[in-house]
Design a protein around this ligand. Structure first.
Ligand code: SAH
Ligand code: SF4
Ligand code: F3S
Length: 468
C-alpha cells in the first residue's frame, strides 16, 4: 500500500526524532483552553486517546464534554471498515458548521484514518477547515504541532513507525478501577482483508521490564484490573531478541498480584499450550478469551491468510474449553468475504454451532483500499450479504442468550465499576468471565469485588443481588 509520506514530515522525523518523545510542558498559549476529543475504533484507540488527553492537559488544556464549548476538537479515527469513514466525515460536517460561528476553533484528525493516503488527500482537497492531521506514529508530537501552527493546514503523518519509546506513563485514564496496558504496537499478520498492519505499522513489543513496571505502579495506585493490549497479544516478544513470550509475560504479570488480568486480542495461530496452562492455573488471570474465527471455511481462511483451518481452530477451542473451567469465549466473524459460497458460509454456521460462543462481533466484509482482498472478486449482492449476516446474528444471539441463562442462580465474583446505565439506583460490573451484571447495591461498592447472586438473565446482560 502506498501510504502518505509527506516530504516535510519525513525530513522532520529525521531531524526531530528525539523531540517527538519529550514530555510536554505547560504553555501559556494553551492555559484555559478547552478540548473535546471523540474516539472511534478499538481499545487501542481508546487507550491512545487517554494519552492524547494527558498530553493536552500537560500543555494547559482542560477537557470538555460539550462539543460547542471546545477551542480544539480532535477526532481519533478508525479505518477498519468503510462505514467508519462516513461516521467521521459526518461529524466533521458539524465541526465545520461550528467553526463558522467560532472562528478560532481548531479541528484535528488523528488515528488510523489519518494513515490512509486517500483520506489525507480528501482532507487536503475538500476539507480546508481541518487544521491539523497527525498519524498513529507521531501522536506524541502533538505539542510541537500545536505550538507551530500557522494559517495553513498542518499535516504531519509518517509512513514508517519509529521504535517503542517509553513516555513515563503519561495517561489520563478513563477509569480508576480498570486500566489498559499496551504490550505491543502494530501487527505483522497481514490478513488479506485487514488495514491494521498498514495504519499501525509492523509489530513492536514493549520491553517486559517496562510493562511489569507499569503494572506494579497501577497496582500501587489501587487499580483492581488491567487489560494487556495488542492486535496480537500472543505474538508478544517475537520481534525482540531475548525477550520472553506471552505466556511467560502473563505469569510475571500474575505474580505481581493485581486482582484481575485480562488480555485482547489473541490470534488462534499464536495460541500455545503454555498459554492455556497459565490461564487455567492462575486465579487472577480471568477466564475470558476473545478468539477471532473470521470464517469457518478452511478455503476462505486460506484466502484470508489466517494460518489455521476449521479443524485446527476447533481443536484449539476444545482444548481451551477442557482446561479453562467456566471460561467465556467470544469471537469475530466476517461474512461475504470475496468468493464466499453458500457452502463456505455453512461452514461458518457449523463452527458457531460447535463453539456456542458467549458472544460475537459480526461484520460484512468491507474492501479496504491497498489490501489484497480489496482486489478479489465480489460475488454477492448487498441483500445476500445482509441475509447471511442476519442468519449468523440470530444464531449468535441464541447461543449468547443460552450462555447467560446458564449463569442464573449462580454466585459470581463481580468487580463493580460504576452506576448502571439502565437503572441509576443500581451499580454494574463484570463477572470473571466478562458478563455484564446490573446489581442492586449502592455506590459505595464501586471499585470492590463482591459476590453476586444472578437473579435474571437477558440477551446482553445479567441482573443480580448481593449474595448472603
Ligand atoms: N487483531 C484482531 C482484529 C482487529 S480488527 C484479530 O486478529 O482478530 C477487529 C475485527 O474487525 C476483526 O477481527 C475482523 O473481524 C474485523 N475486520 C477487520 N477488517 C475487516 C474488513 N475489511 N471488513 C470487515 N471486517 C473486518
Ligand atoms: Fe488485522 Fe489480522 Fe493483524 Fe488482526 S491479526 S490486526 S485481523 S492483520
Ligand atoms: Fe480501527 Fe485502527 Fe483499531 S483501524 S480497529 S482503530 S487499530
Amino acid at each position: 500500500m502506498h501510504l502518505p509520506n509527506m516530504q516535510d514530515a519525513k525530513k522532520r522525523k529525521q531531524e526531530k526524532v528525539n523531540y517527538i518523545y519529550e514530555k510536554p510542558v505547560v504553555s501559556d498559549i494553551f492555559k484555559g483552553k478547552k478540548y473535546y476529543l471523540r474516539t472511534y475504533g478499538c481499545q487501542m484507540n481508546v487507550h491512545d486517546s487517554e494519552e492524547i488527553k494527558a498530553i493536552l492537559e500537560s500543555l494547559g488544556y482542560a477537557e470538555t464534554n460539550v462539543f460547542e464549548d471546545a477551542d480544539l476538537i480532535i477526532l481519533n479515527t478508525c479505518a477498519i471498515r468503510e462505514n467508519a469513514h462516513d461516521k467521521v466525515f459526518g461529524f466533521l460536517g458539524r465541526c465545520k458548521h461550528l467553526k463558522k460561528i467560532k472562528k478560532d476553533l481548531l479541528i484535528g484528525v488523528c488515528g488510523c484514518m489519518a494513515q490512509e493516503e486517500s483520506v489525507v488527500n480528501e482532507i487536503k482537497t475538500k476539507h480546508p477547515y481541518i487544521d491539523i492531521v497527525f498519524g498513529t506514529h507521531n501522536m506524541r508530537e502533538l505539542p510541537s504541532i500545536l505550538e507551530n501552527l500557522n494559517n495553513h493546514q498542518n499535516i504531519e503523518v509518517y509512513s514508517k513507525e519509529g521504535d517503542v519509546y517509553e513516555f513515563g506513563n503519561l495517561y489520563k485514564r478513563d477509569s480508576q478501577i480498570s486500566a489498559w496496558v499496551n504490550i505491543m504496537f502494530g501487527c505483522d499478520k497481514f490478513c488479506t482483508y485487514c488495514i491494521v498492519p498498514y495504519t499501525r505499522g509492523k509489530q513492536r513489543s514493549r520491553k517486559s521490564v517496562d510493562i511489569l513496571k507499569e503494572v506494579k505502579e497501577l497496582k500501587e495506585q489501587g487499580y483492581k484490573e488491567i487489560t494487556l493490549l495488542g492486535q496480537n497479544v500472543n505474538a508478544y516478544g517475537k520481534d525482540l531478541d531475548g525477550e520472553i513470550g506471552f505466556s511467560k509475560l502473563l505469569e510475571k504479570v500474575s505474580d505481581i498480584g493485581i486482582e484481575r488480568i485480562r488480555f485482547v486480542t489473541s490470534h488462534p495461530w499464536d495460541f500455545t499450550d503454555d498459554m492455556i496452562d497459565i490461564i487455567a492455573s492462575r486465579d487472577n488471570i480471568m477466564p475470558y478469551i476473545h478468539l477471532p474465527l473470521q470464517s469457518g471455511s478452511s478455503r476462505i481462511l486460506k484466502l484470508m491468510g489466517r494460518r489455521y483451518t476449521k479443524e485446527e481452530y476447533l481443536t484449539l477451542y476444545q482444548k481451551i474449553r477442557d482446561k479453562v473451567k467456566g471460561a467465556s469465549i467470544t469471537t469475530d466473524i466476517i461474512v461475504a468475504f470475496p468468493g464466499e459460497t453458500e457452502e463456505d458460509f455453512n461452514d461458518t454456521l457449523d463452527v458457531v454451532d460447535a463453539c456456542k460462543y458467549d458472544g460475537a462481533f459480526t461484520f460484512i466484509f468491507s474492501p479496504r483500499v491497498g489490501t489484497p482482498a480489496a482486489l478479489m472478486k465480489d460475488n454477492l449482492t448487498i441483500e445476500e450479504k445482509e441475509e447471511r449476516l442476519h442468519k449468523l446474528n440470530e444464531k449468535i444471539n441464541n447461543y449468547s442468550n443460552e450462555s447467560n441463562q446458564k449463569m442464573l442462580g449462580t454466585i459470581q465474583k463481580v468487580l463493580i465499576t460504576g452506576i448502571s446505565e439502565k437503572d441509576e439506583s443500581k451499580v454494574c460490573g463484570y463477572t470473571e468471565n466478562m458478563k455484564l451484571v446490573n446489581v442492586e447495591a449502592d455506590k459505595s461498592f464501586i471499585g470492590k469485588i463482591i459476590n453476586v447472586k444472578i437473579t435474571d438473565a437477558k440477551s446482553f446482560s445479567l441482573d443480580g443481588i448481593i449474595a448472603e
